[in-house]
Design a binder for this molecule. Structure first.
Ligand code: ZN
Length: 253
């Protein structure tokens, strides 16, 4: 056994790594989430259907090219993933999840015409408080799998709008109007950009940013998030139409 392995085992014994969803001890080869929790994640499978409800939700706000999310954000355990990424100083969880999602999306050629990844920017005051932008980490995970470049400085958030949490749909739309500004239009002119965030709820904030990006000539915008807040955007899957497994799990398990 090499010294490195011995040290790793000692560290593992002293500070066992725990699953961010169930809190159980992780086994060798598992990262952040145990195998049991991972296979039971409520995956959306949006990328396997045409015109998913999520895309329809966005199209009501802005003509994006396509949109997808990895899992529904509707249980205590899945909410815990986003909590870790966003509020508990553990954005590496986001990078890891994004890597796994990119692995699946690549099989469907999801990234074939994407030129760059753009993390949804935080206002500088919010980023200063959090010390990081979780969307950067999610982009990083996709980049590590696909090699698509991440462009962090293309668009910025110029207004520190109040939290959307307690606003209704109409208030959410007006709360995010004009809060983004493209700072380097030359970098995205004629490109297909993938705008990336952790969660989509009504889609108001992401649509506001997409609208701003699309003011640059010949820009196409698609959207990817790790989770989606509502199951009302659930796609209808028909077993006969799909003969693939995802994340190594038979689709209609
Ligand atoms: Zn677990």
């Amino acid at each position: 056994m090499r010294i490195k392995d011995i040290l790793r085992d000692i560290l593992e014994f002293l500070m066992p790594r725990k699953c961010v969803m169930c809190g159980e001890r992780l086994r060798g080869g598992e990262s952040f989430i145990c195998g049991h929790c991972f296979v039971h994640l409520p995956f959306t499978y949006y990328h396997l259907v045409e015109q998913s409800q999520l895309e329809k939700q966005f199209w009501a706000l802005f003509p994006i090219e396509r949109a997808t999310s990895m899992f529904y954000h509707d249980g205590k355990n899945t909410r815990n993933i986003i909590y870790q990424i966003k509020y508990n100083g553990n954005p590496e969880v986001g990078r890891h999840m994004a890597y796994l999602y990119a692995e699946e999306l690549e099989k469907c050629h999801y990234f074939d015409d994407i030129d760059m990844l753009i993390p949804l920017p935080l206002h500088w005051k919010r980023q200063l408080k959090r010390h990081y932008n979780q969307s950067h980490y999610i982009c990083q995970g996709i980049h590590e799998k696909t090699g698509i470049p991440v462009e962090k400085g293309v668009v910025k958030r110029i207004k520190n709008n109040i939290s959307q949490t307690h606003l209704n749909a109409t208030q959410r739309l007006s709360n995010v109007e004009g809060i983004f500004q493209v700072t380097h239009p030359e970098k995205i002119k004629g490109k297909h950009v993938l705008l990336v965030d952790d969660v989509v709820t009504t889609g108001a904030t992401l649509s506001s940013c997409a609208k701003e990006l699309a003011k640059v000539p010949d820009v196409k915008v698609s959207i990817l998030t790790l989770s989606v807040a509502s199951r009302t955007a659930a796609p209808v899957l028909e077993e006969d139409n799909i003969d693939v497994s995802i994340y190594g799990i038979p689709l209609m398990e």
